[in-house]
Design a protein around this ligand. Structure first.
Ligand SMILES: NC(=O)c1ccc[n+]([C@@H]2O[C@H](COP(=O)([O-])OP(=O)(O)OC[C@H]3O[C@@H](n4cnc5c(N)ncnc54)[C@H](OP(=O)(O)O)[C@@H]3O)[C@@H](O)[C@H]2O)c1
Length: 263
């Protein structure tokens, strides 16, 4: 039977590569992002037997999100797989950053992800099957000076995902948290996370978005609770519980200092 995928942030980066892989496997994909033109262009690049659908909306706008969920409910749509991928990375010293940018990021990274997860999980639980994949980050386990609100939002993503996985696995629903290191996407662009000038960007290797997309589909296939991508993410996450806090904070400050504030 044809699998259905709802993928947020699917017009670029990790989301687009995930949509491409899912479509190539024969899935019916619904792509969500804000810019309708970029979305249509992205959908046109998918190669698969089923024509993809698109929905252009701002997930950080709660009214738009509720209207979207209402439309899906009206047609009885519950995806087999929900990929909560859309995310922002406001960076720089918290106090020097523009509040509006931080607020939008928190609404997108946490509220929209939680709302869509809650909605989809109810339908999946009633049906007795489904998978939710949430894009977290390797910094989710670390307080990260100069990337603080972003890392904290990803801690929310990871903890909610792990808790949901435990609640739902007996009902045939898996919830996965994906933890990539830095990924080569537009995420580092001018108006988003600006990590280019930091030591972390200079010292550590990045991965490509296709690697992360493969991990997303792998998490669905194997019903994984958590996926850590590559050795850098492994070290970041593996050392978090064992380092003394003061040392941890000093190290993370060194790595992430030098980012321009999200103005
Ligand atoms: N790239 C990294 O280094 C990295 C590392 C670890 C984790 N991650 C996580 O991986 C996920 C994807 O990152 P990425 O690098 O692939 O991002 P990206 O290349 O910047 O793409 C973001 C996608 O999300 C959409 N989007 C942004 N804001 C939206 C909104 N308010 N409503 C709906 N769609 C929105 C964008 O399209 P529009 O602009 O048209 O809306 C685009 O399709 C994020 O959750 C990120 O935190 C990324």
């Amino acid at each position: 039977m044809t699998k259905t995928y709802l993928i947020t942030g699917a017009s670029d980066g990790i989301g687009l590569e995930t949509a491409r892989l899912a479509a190539a496997e024969g899935a019916a994909v619904l792509l969500v992002a804000r810019d309708p033109r970029r979305l249509a262009a992205a959908a046109a690049t998918l190669k698969g037997p089923i024509t993809p659908e698109v929905a252009a909306l701002d997930l950080a706008d709660p009214d738009a999100l509720e209207a979207f969920i209402g439309q899906l409910d009206a047609r009885g749509y519950v995806p087999d797989v929900l990929v909560n991928n859309a995310g922002h990375g406001a960076s720089g010293a918290f106090v020097d950053s523009d509040w509006t940018k931080i607020d939008i990021m928190l609404r997108l990274n946490m509220n929209a992800l939680a709302r869509l997860s809650h909605w989809a999980a109810r339908g999946m639980k009633a049906r007795g099957s489904g998978a939710i994949v949430n894009l977290s980050a390797a910094v989710a386990t670390r307080p990260t000076p100069y990337f603080g609100a972003y890392a904290a939002s990803k801690a929310f993503v990871t903890n909610l995902s792990l808790a949901m996985h435990s609640e739902l696995k007996a009902h045939g629903v898996s919830v996965s948290a994906i933890h990539p290191p830095a990924v080569r996407t537009g995420f580092g662009g001018a108006d988003k996370a600006d990590l280019k000038t930091t030591l972390v960007h200079k010292l550590f290797p990045t991965v490509g978005p296709v690697t992360v997309a493969r991990a997303v589909l792998g998490a669905v296939a194997r019903q994984r609770r958590s996926v850590i991508i590559g050795p850098v993410a492994g070290i970041v996450m593996g050392t978090a519980p064992i380092l003394p806090r003061a040392l941890d904070l000093a190290f993370m400050t060194l790595l992430f200092k030098g980012q321009r504030a999200a103005a």
